[in-house]
Design a protein around this ligand. Structure first.
Ligand SMILES: [Zn+2]
Length: 80
């Protein structure tokens, strides 16, 4: 059985959202912007501009939280 307190996953995300990853990129930034969604997720590092493609499951495991919603006001982020 999986302890959900240990495996915290983001629930949903949209194109253009900024995501904070659990592990920082070697460039020092841990924030990425989602540039493509679908079966594979494409994200771009905000620090160095590198683009990485991850499958959805891996992306969800690595993402810590959404820091900026592309389509929603920031106030809604403080709930979680
Ligand atoms: Zn980077």
């Amino acid at each position: 059985m999986i302890d959900i307190r240990m495996v915290v996953m983001i629930e949903n995300f949209n194109l253009g959202d900024t995501v904070k990853m659990k592990k920082p990129h070697p460039c020092g930034s841990s924030e990425w912007v989602i540039t493509r969604t679908g079966a594979d997720i494409k994200i771009k590092c905000l620090g160095c501009g590198r683009i990485v493609m991850l499958d959805r499951e891996l992306f969800l495991k690595r993402a810590a939280k959404i820091t900026v919603r592309a389509n929603k006001p920031k106030e809604e982020l403080n709930d979680k």
